[in-house]
Design a protein around this ligand. Structure first.
Ligand SMILES: Cc1ncc(C[n+]2csc(CCOP(=O)(O)OP(=O)(O)O)c2C)c(N)n1
Ligand SMILES: [Mg+2]
Length: 130
């Protein structure tokens, strides 16, 4: 995604990923911020390696190794020099509109808190029998 943002600064690069993947690769934000990449990062934050929950849960294994405590990803992003925002409702998307209307001279990271009470139905179906 960083390569895409650098190669095509005329277009908006959007990276959509989970909180687990974000936490594994957050250091990339230092480079993205240093380059002033016009990059929008949307993190679907279910406080878990959600895919793993599908495997561990039905087999009765404890979920403690695949679920996380509350993590402030917007603060992490700001620490790297990016803009950061925590989203809990769609009316907060105005923040994104403001960033889009601005110079986009640093990446924006959205920590979109999503429900974790139940996993994604389509993944549940895809993993059945695995
Ligand atoms: C480096 C690495 N380690 C482990 C995995 C196995 N893995 C696949 S999906 C997944 C969970 C990812 O969690 P998250 O990014 O929060 O996405 P979610 O499933 O919660 O939407 C893991 C650990 C992987 N793909 N890559
Ligand atoms: Mg997750």
């Amino acid at each position: 995604m960083l390569g895409a943002a650098v190669a095509r600064p005329d277009r908006l690069t959007v990276a959509a990923l989970g909180d687990g993947g974000f936490l594994m690769s957050a250091a990339e934000l230092a480079t993205a911020a240093r380059l002033g990449a016009p990059l929008l990062v949307v993190v679907y934050n279910d406080a878990a390696y959600g895919a793993e929950v599908h495997h561990f849960g039905p087999d009765g294994y404890p979920l403690s190794t695949v679920t996380f405590p509350e993590t402030d990803l917007a603060a992490i992003a700001e620490g790297y020099g990016c803009a950061g925002a925590t989203l809990r409702a769609t009316d907060q998307l105005a923040l994104v509109r403001d960033w889009l209307a601005g110079p986009k001279d640093r990446p924006m990271v959205l920590d979109a808190k999503v429900v974790s009470s139940h996993g994604a139905w389509w993944l549940e179906e895809a993993f059945r029998g695995h």
